[in-house]
Design a protein around this ligand. Structure first.
Ligand SMILES: *[C@@H]1O[C@H](CO)[C@@H](O)[C@H](O)[C@H]1NC(C)=O
Ligand SMILES: *[C@@H]1O[C@H](CO)[C@@H](O)[C@H](O)[C@H]1NC(C)=O
Ligand SMILES: *[C@@H]1O[C@H](CO)[C@@H](O)[C@H](O)[C@H]1NC(C)=O
Ligand SMILES: *[C@@H]1O[C@H](CO)[C@@H](O)[C@H](O)[C@H]1NC(C)=O
Ligand SMILES: *[C@@H]1O[C@H](CO)[C@@H](O)[C@H](O)[C@H]1NC(C)=O
Length: 542
């Protein structure tokens, strides 16, 4: 078994009971995501002709074609490709121009580029006259055509990300850019007959000079015959309210396709780590496809249901990875009112207070009440507080307290925001592994601006307090814990990361007396991070 195979961890279905019930109902579908090692344009700031741009994109699309065929052979009904995976990144507004195509609004026109490739050529030529930098433009929907044929040929829904050009008129629309068109970072969804069924323009750009923010936020969904509705969003959007929280909470969307190009950052925001937390906490299925790029520190894709996951994180191999998994349908409109499916209807951000754990799982719930088992022995040191210190974690100044001894009851406060931890180490952990409980309440301002309330138990990377908050993937210390805080937001993303990028999950979480808690016992891998990541969207503009 190679390293990359080892790391493509299949988590045993935690809640087998649910799967058995569902199997009888037949409400399953097969999803696929492809982590693509994108072939980059070595000089993305240099303006090239359309022909060169197409040659570049074709090299990535050739890989897509092979993977689409492979996914279809494995029964996939929907396949998601990553953000920027066809064209690459680091373009300027001008240098991306030859990569642009115009994706028509599927709400206004029904179009299969594969079946009818020439339909929009004249209008596009007119649009593109305004792009002064284009000289060799002939046909302007080659990428759409190729993707559409890929969907049709393989009879699957296909989600891809590409740059979209939308003309606008400055005298009618003051938001229209000076060069008379918008350039959007765009997800396009094709049905299994090649028809464009959805188009989403990324709302929360991550320092992307080539692209415009759409004039209004787009809430985009599409409907499949096999699983009902899916919502669409992209990369950095995952940290913001719009559009995704509105899709999930207000529009009842429980399945999301998520092309991304995410740079990993431990201890809190590695790609698969946050994808896992998001799916679990929002109570949704997330089909996440990331780029593989060693230079940019990008890897981490997966198929996540609130209960289980198939994921891939590999910082060593210079290859792509196709993941295919059969997952339960979660669209409430399809589930109907059948009582046996009630357990699949989750309330977003409410936690999992009443998990029905079958005897077969290795999951140990807190069966004897929330706190039982911690600090039970006559150890007066258990409730002794240690001295707080500060350290920088993910560019934010956390207030931390060290975890001393085998067990303890600790509080770390940043101002009036306090995190409470009960822990018990269950193996004889190596001396050199030190841990701390950290609290942060404030506006994060580096690489994006967003307000956070965070409680995190982290394995420090060294022996000194300043090393708490640094990046490590490894730990040997096994720990049972219960973590809680009085968050001012209901949007709390709970995550448990084990050694070697093993994704774990709380065995319980939820709201109790105005506090959000999570607990976990009996992990089989060392604890790297346990985090309650609260996003206070309302305070982002402070
Ligand atoms: C838990 O699951 C078992 C087996 O699937 C079932 O018999 C039982 O009724 C369930 N309990 C609850 C409270 O849902
Ligand atoms: C993209 O740009 C950033 C910042 O300008 C740079 O650090 C990075 O190396 C570039 N990456 C590629 C793949 O060109
Ligand atoms: C923009 O709109 C104005 C007013 O309707 C019109 O006169 C002009 O021709 C339009 N410009 C373009 C480039 O379509
Ligand atoms: C193609 O797929 C779409 C979306 O599933 C559907 O609405 C349409 O009827 C299909 N068209 C044909 C010709 O089968
Ligand atoms: C932990 O400490 C808090 C106060 O600091 C106390 O209320 C609680 O009872 C303690 N829990 C245990 C299990 O010792």
């Amino acid at each position: 078994m190679t390293l990359s195979e080892l790391r493509a961890v299949i988590l045993a279905a935690w809640f087998t009971g649910i799967h058995f019930t569902l199997a009888e109902e037949g409400l399953f579908y097969t999803a696929a995501v492809y982590e693509h090692q994108v072939l980059l344009n070595p000089e993305p700031k240099v303006v090239v002709g359309r022909k060169a741009a197409l040659q570049h994109m074709d090299r990535n699309l050739e890989v897509f074609e092979k993977q689409a065929t492979s996914a279809a052979r494995q029964g996939a009904q929907i396949l998601v490709f990553p953000e920027d995976a066809i064209h690459g990144f680091n373009f300027s507004r001008v240098s991306i121009a030859p990569y642009l195509e115009t994706v028509p609004d599927p709400g206004a026109v029904t179009w299969s580029p594969c079946a009818d490739p020439d339909r929009f050529q004249n209008t596009q030529a007119a649009y593109l006259n305004i792009l002064h930098h284009l000289t060799e433009l002939q046909v302007f929907s080659q990428v759409l055509h190729r993707l559409s044929c890929m969907a049709q040929k393989n009879r699957l829904f296909l989600v891809a990300n590409m740059p979209d050009c939308q003309p606008c008129n400055r005298s009618l629309n003051p938001l229209c850019p000076a060069d008379g068109h918008y350039q959007f970072n765009t997800n396009v969804v094709f049905s299994d007959n090649g028809t464009i069924v959805a188009r989403y323009h990324k709302q929360n750009l991550y320092f992307e000079a080539a692209f415009d923010t759409p004039p209004t936020c787009e809430y985009v969904t599409f409907t499949t015959p096999f699983a009902g509705r899916f919502g669409v969003f992209t990369c950095f959007d995952i940290l913001f309210r719009e559009p995704v929280v509105t899709l999930v909470k207000d529009m009842g969307i429980r399945q999301l396709v998520y092309p991304t190009a995410w740079m990993n950052q431990l201890p809190l925001l590695a790609a698969v780590q946050f994808q896992r937390s998001f799916s679990y906490s929002a109570g949704v299925t997330l089909l996440a496809a990331n780029i593989r790029s060693a230079a940019m520190g990008m890897t981490g894709s997966g198929i996540f249901t609130p209960w289980d996951a198939l994921y891939h994180h590999d910082t060593e191999a210079e290859t792509g990875k196709l993941l295919v998994l059969r997952v339960p349908v979660l669209d409430p409109l399809l589930l109907g009112d059948a009582p046996e499916r009630a357990s699949l209807k989750l309330v977003p951000f409410s936690g999992f207070p009443k998990v029905n754990i079958t005897e077969k799982t290795e999951f140990n719930a807190f069966q004897r009440g929330l706190y039982s088992g911690f600090c039970l022995k006559e150890d007066s040191s258990c409730n002794i507080q240690s001295t707080p210190f500060t350290s920088t974690m993910m560019y934010d100044k956390f207030t931390l307290v060290p975890l001393h001894g085998k067990e303890g009851n600790l509080t770390a406060c940043d101002g009036s925001f306090c995190c409470h931890l009960l822990f018990q180490k269950t193996n004889s952990s190596p001396e050199e592994e030190i841990y701390a409980l950290g609290a942060f309440d404030g506006l994060h301002v580096v690489h994006g601006t967003y307000y956070l309330e965070v409680c995190a138990v982290v394995r420090c990377t060294g022996l000194h307090q300043e090393s708490c908050g640094g990046e490590t993937e490894h730990a040997h210390t096994l720990m049972d814990f219960h973590l809680h805080a009085a968050f001012s937001t209901e949007h709390v993303f709970a995550g448990v990361l084990g050694s070697g990028m093993t994704l774990d999950r709380p065995d319980k979480s939820g709201w109790k007396n105005g506090r959000f808690y999570m607990s976990r016992r009996g992990m089989s891998s060392g604890l790297v991070t346990a985090v309650l990541y609260g996003r206070v969207y309302e305070r982002d503009s402070e």
